[in-house]
Write a protein that binds this ligand. Structure first.
Ligand code: MEV
Length: 420
């Protein structure tokens, strides 16, 4: 019987780990060969990034073109396994660029760390006591990270929230830290841990959690675009887009998909640049629920001249230093291609990509539907899986799309016909 308990697995070499897993899960020689093949992320680097490494995992890196953001040109590196995402972003950016492109701004790289004080009897008194020591606590936090302070960042403010919970009052201190060019998770988590015993001393209470919040709503990015009716296919297309947006704004079932489309773009750039895309996903979806009901992260409107106006606002906590951005060789090159010299600039570019991705999705959904775009690449994948050679792939894929039947059986049938 297979047991997943392997003593000391983490201490073994990559090769030894692979051998153990191969033996236990009956991997073939060819499968092992695939796992032993490394790309630009080599075995040694991968082994320093996470635990229990046995190989690396490649996904395609594409470049979205046509982007102008705040009147500057950008090539956007996107790492994603989903077909159509890069093409859709490029298409939407092309539509937008003829009308001036995207405009962005942001609140700056301010991260929140939470310190949870529990079982509080007199929350107002405790809140006052903590705020009374604000300067002392900020200094303590900054002493922890003098480098951040030196570069103009550091702990800037303290806010205290009272929660009424089933376990009594909790008093939650928010430490607000300017993390400069870093995403900042490590800095703010360390600061929160340093402040925890101080807060216990000041209040006489008990702290449990000390951790950042991914609802980074002091780190908002806004992206904007204004599109002429002629650039997007006319007034009827704009009506369709407004109906698509309004659906998402009123219905959480639709909003989830609408926002997923936005995150297709945002997460792809985050992955390409070595940023924590789960943090962005968490922040985005939490921010979409700010007013109680989960809703669309974008807004689409028609202005007085009949132009389509798009607006996206969400937290984007990314950096250009530290973490995988610093060690993953492809992430470093992606940052160079993108040309974002600061963390906030990267965040703003990512905001524009999110808006472009949404524009592409609502435009396609309100007109021909998204399957047409999706299907041609999907059909190529199926054709390859059915055994089509390089010279056969396009013909098999085209025939499947034409016949509106994209599946393995059809691919095999077409392949047989061609070969006959
Ligand atoms: C697919 O990955 C994303 C879309 O479903 C987004 C949307 O529906 O708005 C096309």
């Amino acid at each position: 019987m297979l047991s997943s308990r392997i003593s000391g697995f983490h201490k073994k070499s990559v090769q030894d780990r692979l051998e153990i897993i191969a033996e236990k899960t009956d991997l073939t020689k060819d499968e092992i060969k695939i796992l032993k093949k490394y790309g630009s992320l080599d075995e040694k680097t991968a082994d320093t990034m996470i635990e229990n490494v046995i190989s690396t995992f490649d996904i395609p890196l594409g470049i979205a073109t046509n982007f102008t953001i705040n009147d500057e040109e950008f090539f956007i590196p996107m790492a994603t396994e989903e077909s159509s995402v890069v093409a859709a972003a490029s298409n939407a950016a092309k539509i937008a660029r003829d009308c001036g492109g995207f405009y962005v701004n942001s609140l700056g790289p301010k991260m929140i760390a939470q310190i949870q004080l529990v079982n509080v009897k007199s929350p107002s008194q405790v809140k006052f006591k903590i705020l009374n020591e604000k300067e002392y606590l900020l200094k303590k936090a900054n002493d922890q990270d003098p480098i951040l302070k030196k570069f103009g960042g550091g702990a800037e403010d303290l806010e205290v929230r009272v929660l009424e919970t089933p376990l009594g009052y909790m008093v939650v201190t928010h430490l607000i830290v300017d993390t400069r060019d870093a995403m900042g998770a490590n800095s703010v988590n360390t600061m929160a841990e340093v402040l925890a015993p101080e807060i216990e001393k000041i209040t006489g209470g008990r702290v449990y959690l000390r951790i950042l919040s991914n609802l980074a709503d002091k780190r908002l990015v806004r992206a904007y675009t204004r599109i002429a009716p002629s650039a997007i296919g006319g007034e009827e297309v704009i009506e369709g887009i407004l109906n698509a947006y309004t659906f998402a704004s009123c219905d959480p079932y639709r909003a989830a998909t609408h926002n997923k489309g936005i995150m297709n773009g945002i997460s792809a750039v985050a992955i390409a640049t070595g940023n924590d895309f789960r943090a962005l996903e968490a922040g985005a979806h939490a921010y979409a629920s700010t007013y109680g009901q989960y809703t669309s992260l974008t807004r689409w409107e028609k202005d007085t001249e009949g132009y389509l106006v798009g607006f996206l606002e969400l937290p984007i906590a990314v950096g250009i230093i530290g973490g995988a951005t610093a060690v993953h060789p492809v992430a470093k090159i992606a940052l160079k291609i993108l040309g974002a010299e600061t963390g906030p600039k990267l965040a703003e570019v990512i905001g524009a990509v999110g808006l472009a991705q949404n524009l592409a999705a609502v435009r396609a959904l309100a007109t021909e539907g998204i399957q047409k775009g999706h299907m041609s690449l999907h059909a190529k994948n199926i054709a390859v899986m059915a055994g089509a050679s390089e010279t056969e792939v396009d013909e098999v894929a085209d025939k499947m799309v034409e016949g509106n039947q994209v599946n393995m059986e059809k691919a095999k049938q077409i392949l047989e016909e061609i070969r006959r």
